[in-house]
Structures are given as C-alpha cells and as structure tokens.
Design a protein around this ligand. Structure first.
Ligand code: GLC
Length: 484
C-alpha cells in the first residue's frame, strides 16, 4: 500500500500547533502497525526548515503549470526514522517567511502551489499513491485535483479536518491561474464554498475525517458547522471521527528531562516536590495547608475559552486556590490574565510567553489543568495532563468529551471534570466540584492514577486509519461517484 501524507506542518521539521504533532507522529505509527506499507511524507520547504540538520539532499526539479508561465519546483529529500520525507521549494514557498504568512493571499498561493507540486512529485517518482491523506485547508486542493484527474483515478483520498473554521478563502482567480476547476454545484456545497480550498477538498474526498468522534458529530450542527452542516449531513456516510493519539515517549513524567523530579503512578507522592518547585519558579508562596494549584497551558485565543477563566476564578475568590497561567496570543486575553494577576497578588501568576519546559513543569506540578475550549476538534493538553497525573477541568466538547471521563457521570472510570456550557457559571461549578474532591486526598489520588493509566498511544488511531484505508481500497464503488 502506497500512502502519501501531505501537510503544512510535521514535527520535528516544522511545528506551529497540534497539526504538526499529529503529522509528526501518525505516519510512523502507521508504519509500525503495517510495516509493508510504503509511507511517504511531503512538506513545504519552509524558510525555517533546517536543511543541514535534517541532511536534505536535492532530488530533482520539475514545473507546475500556471497562467503566467510554468513555476519551477525543487525537491529535497531525507529519511527520517525509516520513512522518506520530501520538501518542496519554489517561488511561492520561498516568498513566505516561516510556515504561515501574515498575508492570507501569500498563503493561498503558497499552498495551492505546494498541493499541485506534491502531486507532480509522485509522477516524477513514478510512485502512484494508493492513498492520498491530506490535512487541513492547506493541502485540500490536492484532493480536489486528484478527483479531477483521469491519470490518478486509482488513488483514494482522505482529508482530515483538524479545525473546521480555517478553510482558506474563496479564490476563483487563484484556481483559474493554476488551471483548477471550481467544485461542482452538484456537490451540494454552498456557493461561497465552491472556490474555497477546504470545502472543495471535502467534496472531492473519498473520506473526510475529523480528529475526534464527538467533533465529527458536532460539525453536523449549525453551532459548529460554519455553514457546511447541510453539506456534511448529506456526506455523513463519508465522515469519520478518529481520535488523535499522544506521543507517549515525548510525554512521559518518568523520563521528562524538564522536570525537577521524575515520577510515575507508583511514585505519585514525588509529584509534590514538583509542585513546590513550580511555585518557587513562578514566585507563588508555598501554602501552609493543602491548597489546589490550578494550571493553564494554552494559546490565548477565543477558541480556547481563556476569557472565561478570570471571571470564574473571581467568582471563587473565597476558596484558597492558586493559579499559574501560561500562554501567548490575543492582546486582550493577555491583558485579562495580567489584570487577574494584579487583582490576586500571591495567588495568580500569568506567564505570557511560549515556554515548552515550563509547560511540562506545570503539567507535572499543578493539581488540576483548565481546558475551557469553546470547541476542540481533539486537543492535546488534556491528554498530557492526565498522563502527568493532573486531572483536567474541561469543557464537554469535541475531543475533550471523548478523552475525559467526569467524576459524577462515570465515577469508577473518571479522570477529570467536564462542564457542559462555555459560560462562567458552568466552569466555576466544575471547579467547585474539583476543589471538593481535592479535599479527599485518597479519592483524588485514585482519580490521578486512573488518568495516568489511560492508553492514549498512537497505536489505536493508526489501526483505525488503516482500517479506513483498507475499506476505501476494497470498495471501488465508493470512488465511482467522484467527482459527482
Ligand atoms: C487543531 C485543533 C486541536 C487538535 C489539533 C490536532 O489544532 O484545534 O483540537 O488537537 O488540531 O489535530
């Protein structure tokens, strides 16, 4: 089975967010689950990719057709942990500093060019993929292009949606310049979506996946569907939710070099030393009695529901919590966390930067982790928190609902606290429940241990994707109606 992965990001080469974690893990997990498969990954040669560090070798050049004349593409390759990884360069890629541009137009050209060049690369290599697995809007046009190409009729396509609102923009002129037709009206897409990369890819894909089963159901509704709910309802038989895994070597409290004291479920009491070290590091006083230390590690965006946190903590001011809040993002949210710190000196520390090592010490030292997302296709923080023995207090949505079991809803399996609404009272009520249980040391430790024992490895996800690929390859009728 030839499997081609296309994405904007993959750790360790280029990582901005959760997409990079997934694409940096899944191809290798698939290889482990199915060693005979020929799995290859193609990425843009972002200006930030370190060619010397990864030992990139030139592997040839070709052109991509464009109305203003052919665009030259250059290919570099390396082998990373046993899999071939290709990097494509060319003027539209070199024009953007880093992975994503501040100028949406530059990104659209970059990724349209990349998507088409990646397909041209498979022809240059005479390596036809059986499965093309594309991720997010950046590579969705490759799926669309395959569906409209006679030459690639045998390829089955999977498009994974990591975050539906990010779709690219309607770009009729761009499509025309690259010789791509818009999606057909018969797809059932709304008018604006006929020239928008992500929905075009979704309409053309043999399978659409999202990164959790609950998010796959949520996007069928107006509240989460961003205008595509009607289209998705009609495509329901092609929509699958497969939960992301967690790299359990990268995230392991027993081996994490960033921690002051390493520990496991068997040595849980050692965790208290990490809590003390964390308080000292951020400058919070050591409490005289047991006092919950609340953690937050998040990009500060509307999606993440960070705006609910200051108001909820203010509501609970009478309870002796402390909080350490880490992240960067929207200026208004940074300001809200800063003023919370000013209002609660000695109880709140807001650290407004990206800091992977401190994040790890928060996972290992906080008593509970806030994950108040408005929507969350999968989410990584809650899985890391459970693995590090930090019960999450999380919104009941998307992947959070699929990975956290609530103390009151499933007491014997519980690993954390869920709250149903993205509102201050709903979050505050869940925190109050968490504080109450925190008072019972043994029950709290049982909760921590259940979270630490959960299996979030990539193995399960890889098996589910393989099953999907096999199903698409077995059942050619799935493919016959494409493009509709
Ligand atoms: C996006 C989503 C996040 C998901 C990640 C990886 O960043 O917002 O929920 O975990 O993609 O799939």
């Amino acid at each position: 089975m030839n499997i081609l992965f296309l994405a904007a990001e993959a750790a360790p080469f280029a990582k901005v967010g959760g997409l990079g974690d997934v694409v940096g893990a899944l191809p290798w997990a698939l290889k482990q689950a199915h060693p005979e498969a020929d799995i290859r990954l193609v990425l843009p040669f972002h200006t930030t990719v370190d060619a010397a560090r990864w030992g990139l070798q030139s592997a040839g050049a070709f052109t991509v057709a464009h109305r203003n004349g052919p665009l030259r593409a250059e290919v570099y390759e390396t082998t990373h942990r046993g899999l071939p990884v290709y990097f494509i360069n060319g003027a539209p890629i070199a024009a953007v500093p880093g992975v994503y541009s501040r100028d949406p137009r530059a990104d659209e050209v970059k990724y349209a060019f990349f998507s088409l060049a990646a397909l041209a690369l498979t022809r240059m290599l005479a390596w036809p993929p059986d499965i093309l697995h594309a991720h997010d809007w950046h590579t969705a046009l490759a799926v669309h292009a395959v569906a409209h190409s006679q030459a690639q009729a045998a390829t089955r396509t999977v498009l994974t949606v990591h975050n539906l609102p990010y779709m690219g923009a309607p770009s009729p002129l761009l499509l025309e310049a690259f010789g791509l037709p818009p999606a057909s009206r018969a797809t059932g897409l709304p008018q604006w979506a006929l020239t928008t990369p992500l929905p075009m890819g979704m309409a053309a894909a043999h399978a659409i996946t999202t990164v959790s089963p609950t998010y796959a159901r949520e996007i069928l509704t107006p509240a989460f569907g961003h205008g595509l709910e009607g289209f998705l309802q009609r495509r329901r038989d092609r929509l699958f939710g497969i939960l992301n895994g967690l790299d359990t070597d990268l995230w392991n409290p027993a081996t994490d070099p960033a921690l002051d004291v390493r520990y496991s479920a068997a040595t849980l009491s050692l965790r208290e030393r990490n809590a003390a070290a964390l308080r000292a590091e951020v400058g919070l006083p050591q409490p005289s009695a047991r006092q919950p230390l609340i953690g937050l590690v998040s990009r500060l965006t509307e999606q993440k529901g960070v705006d609910l946190v200051p108001a909820a903590l203010r509501l609970l001011a009478d309870y002796p919590w402390q909080a350490v809040l880490l992240g960067t993002g929207e200026p208004g949210l940074e300001e809200a966390l800063r003023s919370l710190e000013a209002a609660f000196p000695g109880r709140v520390r807001a650290v407004l930067r990206y800091d992977d090592a401190l994040a790890r010490r928060i996972y290992a030292g906080a008593d509970m982790l806030l994950v108040p997302s408005r929507y969350e296709p999968c989410g990584l923080a809650q899985m890391i928190a459970m693995r590090y023995g930090t019960p999450p207090v999380a919104r009941e949505t998307g992947g959070l609902a699929d990975t956290v079991d609530d103390v009151d809803l499933r007491p014997r399996h519980s690993t954390g606290f869920l709250f149903p609404e993205a509102s201050v009272p709903s979050l505050a009520f869940a925190l109050r429940r968490a504080f109450a249980l925190f008072g019972h040391r043994r029950r709290w430790q049982a909760l921590q241990r259940r979270g630490m024992a959960k299996d979030f490895s990539w193995h399960k996800s890889a098996k589910a994707y393989l099953e999907l690929y096999r199903r698409l390859l077995r059942d050619p009728s799935q493919a016959k109606s494409f493009p509709p």
